[in-house]
Design a protein around this ligand. Structure first.
Ligand SMILES: [Fe+2]
Length: 313
């Protein structure tokens, strides 16, 4: 008789069971958006104008929040998808909305650009450094006292290592962005501290919740940045780890939301609970923003772009 195989580690379980999606599956889904969008654009419906960006104020109650952090304001900007479809003016409008609120902290939750898509009609989202430079120029108005922290999204990784390197280097140099690639930091106010944790995108091999939580104190407030909200499923393989608040994007709120039907396409989200807004899962609150930009087509339908202002209470 041979020995029983060893139990898989949390990281191995995560790779075996998490909902993977590749670029091809993503494109098939986008075909649905194309169909709906052609009708929508034809009829003149579109929520993509920079004047339609909404500032969503989201108060979040955190039971173990230290007193010095009550009223702490976090501006979240996500899914910028800087490209020919998302102009520097649009990015500037989103940054101005956030800056006007004087946030204590700014977080960027991934998908800064789109990845290259070729169809029989055209090529979309081919990587160009200009799109990254546009974000840096537009976001230069953001100077929060606790800094800017960021994680990468699936489209950033799908654009290849040269693109991700350029994004991380340029943002660090131009905006002072601190990258949370499977690591945590502490934020301090007076003698009170909370923890800010960040992970690489859920669909990447480099994603590691274990690594990110290496030095996390479970007694102290934990805010996790994860581009994909379905990071929630990963906690089942990682007992003992959790977060009081998770900040995510990725879904664009569906981007196209049909009356009575809802979004016809969701990029790899299995659990519709995680389409958007503030949701609760086993004691963890997750906020999923609709994001600033849009992908592939210049259309959002019943789903305006968003800048989020989280207030901890
Ligand atoms: Fe996105």
């Amino acid at each position: 008789m041979g020995e029983d195989p060893p139990n898989p580690s949390p990281e191995e379980k995560s790779i075996l069971f998490k909902p993977m999606i590749d670029r091809r599956s993503f494109l098939k889904g986008m075909a649905g958006v194309f169909g709906v969008s052609l009708v929508g654009v034809g009829k003149g419906y579109s929520n993509t104008d920079k004047n339609e960006i909404l500032l969503e104020r989201v108060p979040v109650t955190i039971p173990n929040l230290p007193a010095a952090f009550r009223g702490f304001k976090i501006a979240q900007l996500s899914d910028l998808h800087s490209s020919p479809l998302v102009s520097i003016d649009h990015l500037q409008a989103s940054a101005n909305l956030a800056a006007r609120e004087n946030p204590d902290l700014v977080v960027l939750t991934g998908d800064f650009i789109g990845h290259k898509i070729r169809t029989f009609l055209a090529k979309y989202h081919e990587f160009d450094r200009q799109y990254v430079d546009n974000i840096v120029e537009a976001f230069s108005v953001l100077k929060p006292p606790h800094g800017i922290f960021a994680v990468l999204g699936n489209h950033d990784f799908w654009s290849g290592p040269e693109a991700t390197q350029y994004i991380t280097d340029t943002f660090s140099k131009g905006l002072g962005v601190n990258w949370l690639r499977n690591r945590r930091v502490e934020l301090q106010r007076g003698s009170d501290r909370i923890q800010l944790i960040g992970v690489d995108d859920l669909w990447e091999k480099t994603f590691s919740l274990r690594k990110a939580y290496q030095n996390v104190d479970p007694e102290r407030t934990r805010i996790l940045l994860s581009h994909n909200p379905e990071v929630n499923e990963e906690f089942q393989w990682n007992s003992g780890l959790s977060a009081e608040l998770i900040l995510s994007g990725h879904t664009h709120g569906g981007q196209v939301v049909l009356p009575f039907i809802g979004p016809p396409f969701l990029p790899g989200i299995r659990n519709k609970k995680f389409i958007g807004g503030l949701v609760e899962e086993e004691g963890r609150q997750t906020y999923i923003t609709r994001g600033v930009g849009h992908l592939v087509v210049p259309l959002r339908l019943n789903c305006p772009p968003e800048v989020t202002l989280i207030e901890l209470i």
